[in-house]
Ligand binder design. Sequence first.
Ligand SMILES: Nc1nc2c(c(=O)[nH]1)N[C@H]1C(S)=C(S)[C@@H](COP(=O)(O)OP(=O)(O)OC[C@H]3O[C@@H](n4cnc5c(N)ncnc54)[C@H](O)[C@@H]3O)O[C@H]1N2
Ligand code: MOO
Length: 403
Amino acid sequence: MSSVITVDEHRARILAATTRTALVRLPLAEAVGRVLAEDVVSRWPVPLFDNSAMDGYAVRGVDATKGAVLRVVADVPAGSALDPTIGAGEAARIMTGAPTPSDADAVVPLEHTDLGTVITADAPATITVTREPTAGAHIRRVGEDAPAGAVAVTAGTVLGPWQLSAIASAGHARVTVHRAPRVAVVSTGSELIDPAGTPTRGQIPESNSVLLAAAVRSAGAEVVTVTTVADDESALIAQLVDLEADAVILSGGASVGAFDVVKSVLDGTGTIEFGPVAMQPGKPQGFGTDDAGRLVFALPGNPVGVAVSFEMFVRPALLTMAGRSVIERPRVTRAAATGWRCPVGRTQFLPAVIDADTVRPATAGGSGSHLVTSLALAHALAVVPADVDRVDEGDLVEVMVLS
Ligand SMILES: Nc1nc2c(c(=O)[nH]1)N[C@H]1C(S)=C(S)[C@@H](COP(=O)(O)OP(=O)(O)OC[C@H]3O[C@@H](n4cnc5c(N)ncnc54)[C@H](O)[C@@H]3O)O[C@H]1N2
Ligand code: MOO
């Protein structure tokens, strides 16, 4: 893969090699962010039974005229299995969520009685109705949300808090989902030190693994290891042996430098190939499947290149592995608030700031792949085609929205 290929070609190659993870049964508490693999069918109607939407009194509507005095003959708290008989001129005190007695056809809220919301341990002997209920008032009917046997959540849905709540209500404590992809992050470079360290000449704080691990987690995948290794072939090989991962993301050492060990160690292993992709930043890329079947992404070391490469190549693959069908970021069109230069022959991905109408570079320094601080300001990537050499103020620009 030494001739230049396009971003789309590289992506297609990656996605062709990407398969979904195995199915697992997970308790609901562990399933947030996972993709549901099969429809979840409600075991019962939702709500399960007619119940009160208010704290108040279950009544026969015909009796509950304004000013009527009703005898309170029963007390029905939530969780009660009681189904008291309610005769003419009678009522049952009832709490929100409690099953409405079969004889009742309306609920009078506490506020619509002479006693108001003053609560006593025991139900009062009588109440006076101060506002007449409409027919069926404040009764939540069995199955009005969903009938028994209905599909509560469909296969393919990404499980968030609301979906998990619907599944629990449908009577299921576990779900069948695609297992979270397991990802190892390996930064390479003899110049890298811990961010809390004191750099001597030539050293810099290691930031790519911080970005990648956070990005992997944001994409709903699991980070199994995060390591930094020097530009040393045997150290890198030792690091890669026995990695329990579906995918390995490396940064640095992907280009043509004398000490680019990632390329020298991995090029030709399994299906892994290195070569330039017509993009800026992120030109030197390596990708393939290693002998253990793991997807290997060898990203260039420059931090903005790492950020862009993750967005364009790694994230879509991780989402595909996790069973997602939507793997693209939304794209919008905005007018450039200012002009900037673009590299001819490479699609430009520029960290950008957008508002309702405009897009502008996140940094005044242009699109350099080393401008790591610009990433903190950006929440979008401006995408400028390879044949454009500059964007002028007012030009319409396509933008990927990242958050
Ligand atoms: N003669 C040529 N030189 C370069 C070419 C080329 O085509 N011919 N391509 C340039 C481009 S474009 C890129 S991008 C870089 C990519 O090089 P590598 O993938 O080998 O990356 P490194 O050299 O290891 O690092 C580049 C840069 O990023 C810094 N870095 C690396 N890792 C980290 C990290 N974990 N945290 C923070 N910063 C990191 C590193 O110090 C370098 O400054 O090659 C060009 N050269
Ligand atoms: O492709 Mo490199 O990331 O432009 O500097």
